[in-house]
Design a protein around this ligand. Structure first.
Ligand SMILES: O=C(O)CCC(=O)C(=O)O
Ligand SMILES: [Mn+2]
Length: 243
């Protein structure tokens, strides 16, 4: 896991360790046991750095929980989802042109929770047991609730998602979006809408959970860029609330 910014490498490490520490604290609050050695290792690493540096990315916009699912469970869930979901490659409007999405997609959720973006409308397929299990696991850990999920299937490193923000009106003003990553680790890049020099990259690992919240979608765009090296498949699930 690494958060990369164009300013300070030490801050990246600090961010990673704090995010991990927060996950462990969170698990502790949930009454889930974790190994002391994990915590000690992280605390020791934290002491290597200047405590005053602060977080690179504000915690009120973003939380990152690596290892939300185990490596093994993540791979198993990914294989099942890939084989069971009726994937579609959609036509969307981007930069004034009709383009095929460079990835496969599907939309699941409660009845009547349709979602439209970039000129493409998705009507929901009703929850499978697998997706319902993941939704409930995320809901009980985060104390957030969701009624739908967008699935993206990146077949290899050539698949991607272009710069965008998830700011459609049906998601509400400050949407909470829980993004579960399975399979190949990929870089998730953010840039500020009015200052593209303010750019960050978070490596989303197999089994990690990212919570996007607050004003993130209002002020920042994100993307998954294509990879220049050979890459395996990845599935990303973004749990959302449609109002
Ligand atoms: O694949 C990801 O991690 C992000 C996907 C995404 O941003 C989206 O579908 O809106
Ligand atoms: Mn998005």
């Amino acid at each position: 896991m690494s958060i990369v910014c164009n300013c300070n490498f030490r801050r990246q490490i600090l961010f990673n360790n704090r995010a991990r520490l927060k996950l462990l604290r969170h698990r502790w609050q949930e009454g889930i046991l974790f190994e002391d050695k994990d915590l000690n290792q992280i605390m020791n690493q934290l002491h290597l750095f200047n405590q005053d540096e602060g977080l690179v990315f504000p915690e009120n916009l973003l939380e990152y929980y690596p290892g939300f699912l185990s490596q093994k469970e993540s791979r198993e869930v990914m294989e099942k989802i890939i084989s069971e979901v009726p994937w579609q490659q959609r036509t969307i409007m981007m930069y004034g042109k009709q383009l095929l999405t460079p990835r496969l997609m599907a939309w699941y959720g409660d009845k009547n929770k349709s979602y439209a973006f970039s000129g493409s409308r998705f009507d929901p397929i009703f929850w499978t047991d697998e997706l319902l299990y993941l939704k409930e696991k995320i809901e009980s850990s985060t104390r957030l609730s969701f009624n739908s999920v967008l699935l993206n299937y990146y077949r290899d490193g050539n698949d991607s998602v272009a710069w965008h923000s998830d700011d459609e009106t049906e998601l509400g003003k400050r949407p909470n979006i829980a993004s579960l990553s399975l399979g190949q680790g990929r870089n998730f890049e953010f840039r500020h809408k009015t200052d593209h020099q303010r750019k960050y990259s978070l490596h989303l690992e197999n089994g990690s959970l990212l919570i996007m919240k607050g004003d993130l979608q209002h002020h920042w765009e994100h993307r998954i860029p294509k990879m220049t090296t050979k890459a395996a498949e990845r599935v990303n699930l973004t749990f959302r609330t449609i109002f």
